[in-house]
Design a protein. Structure first.
Length: 416
């Protein structure tokens, strides 16, 4: 049975999620420990700040054993975590993995990072040797579904965060960002996200300004950048093509005069500014200057709202794609079940054939006529192979089991 057991940002607060994170350094050990459970055939673990999920092929619905292991492994009382856990089996487990990989179960709808995290989970399990035929194939199938959703829908194309929306606007103005310089003012989460998105879009250079130089250096190190103190902004402002500001300052950081000076030094080369602070970091009058594109947080919020609506519509398309692909994977599983049955049937027939063949060879060696030996061999082989199904069909007939009789006629291609 395929099983998903886990918790996420919807079912558990951060205080609980933190306690159940699997550290990358110990993940191989954790997988080996998990795989030693008697009920586990295959296993993989996905662990991020927003979710921890165990994917496994498990025998006999032994969910309690798995929960007990999860609690013990993290030195917790299982009663303290049960209320936050969810589980999905077989069809629902297959569907859940696809929804996670496509970003449909994420805090930010359609975010692409989770697919990379799931691929990392697959690689860890593969390296640890805890993947087998079914779970390994399910991961590959899940990756294919996520690729199809990304290709056939617009789930990831619309901005759904203020930082991402701002970077998309910058691309519309400058096109390729590899020759541009971005000045980020502040060191909070919004600035960190802006730095991350700018780096992903190939920004040429980052300058990060903050009152605490150490925090600024941490963000600047993400790209080809350097840190400065806020008091040094006027000196570096002419270098900046893109300015993103998000501080807790009660007074503006950038005034009209300093921006006018920068524009003159830039010989009127355009500047794109995002003021994501409340209250404003950039004086409103700056937006009246020629060669300046100034957007405040309310402007970008409208773009984000439109992006969210677009992603919701794309998510509906994605759900339809996932349903079809889940059905395909279940067809594959059923085919594997048939293969196992056929293999067992052939083994049974071959064992009967080998046993009777050895007896026939002995009879021939003892000088019995070949015709008599072959006749007896064919009769014995027919009786040996058909004895069990014949007995079962007689029992079915006596019990009025017409479905089994009909199935036998179809199976052996018998005419009524």
């Amino acid at each position: 049975m395929l099983l998903t057991l886990g918790l996420n940002h919807n079912t558990a607060p951060i205080e609980i999620r933190e306690k159940l994170i699997f550290s990358p350094e110990r993940l191989s050990y954790s997988l080996q420990s998990l795989n030693e459970l008697s009920s586990i055939e295959e296993a993989a673990i996905l662990s991020t700040c927003n979710r921890t999920e165990i994917y496994c092929d498990i025998a006999n619905h032994q969910t309690d054993e798995l929960i007990a292991w999860l609690a013990t492994h993290h030195q917790l009382n299982e009663h303290d975590i049960r209320a936050y856990l969810y589980s999905h089996t077989d069809h629902q487990s297959i569907k859940h993995m696809s929804r996670v990989a496509c970003g449909l179960d994420s805090m930010v709808l359609g975010e692409p990072q989770i697919l990379g995290q799931m691929k990392t989970a697959y690689q860890h399990a593969s390296d640890a040797g805890t993947l087998g035929k079914y779970l390994g194939r399910l991961f590959q199938h899940t990756f294919q579904v996520a690729k199809k959703v990304r290709t056939d829908t617009t789930i990831g194309s619309s901005p759904v965060s203020i930082a991402f929306a701002g970077v998309k606007l910058a691309q519309q103005i400058f096109g390729n960002l590899e020759n541009q310089t971005a000045l980020l003012i502040g060191a909070g989460e919004t600035i960190e996200l802006s730095a991350q998105h700018l780096k992903e879009q190939g920004i040429g250079r980052l300058i990060v300004a903050n009152r605490t130089l150490e925090k600024a250096q941490t963000i600047a190190s993400q790209g080809n950048g350097y840190a400065i103190e806020i008091k040094d902004i006027p000196e570096h402002l002419p270098e900046a093509d893109i300015i993103v500001s998000s501080t807790a300052s009660q007074l503006p950081i950038l005034g009209k005069g300093s921006v006018e000076t920068a524009i003159l030094k830039r010989k009127h080369k355009p500047m794109f500014m995002m003021d994501l602070a409340v209250p404003h970091d950039i004086e409103k009058e700056v937006g009246n200057l020629s060669d300046v594109y100034l957007y405040c947080i309310d402007d970008l919020k409208n773009i984000v709202d439109d992006g969210l609506q677009s992603r919701r519509e794309a998510a509906e398309q994605a759900e339809d794609i996932i349903d079809v692909q889940v059905s395909h994977f279940q067809t594959w599983i059923r085919a594997q079940d048939a293969s196992q049955t056929i293999q067992q049937l052939r083994q049974h027939a071959n064992q009967a054939r080998e046993s009777l063949l050895q007896k026939a060879l002995v009879s021939l060696h003892n000088g019995q006529p070949a015709e008599r030996v072959l006749t007896r061999l064919s009769n014995d082989l027919t009786n040996k192979i058909l004895h069990a199904p014949s007995s079962t069909l007689k029992q079915a007939a006596s019990e009025g089991d017409s479905e089994l009789l009909s199935a036998a006629q179809q199976l052996f291609n018998l005419k009524k």
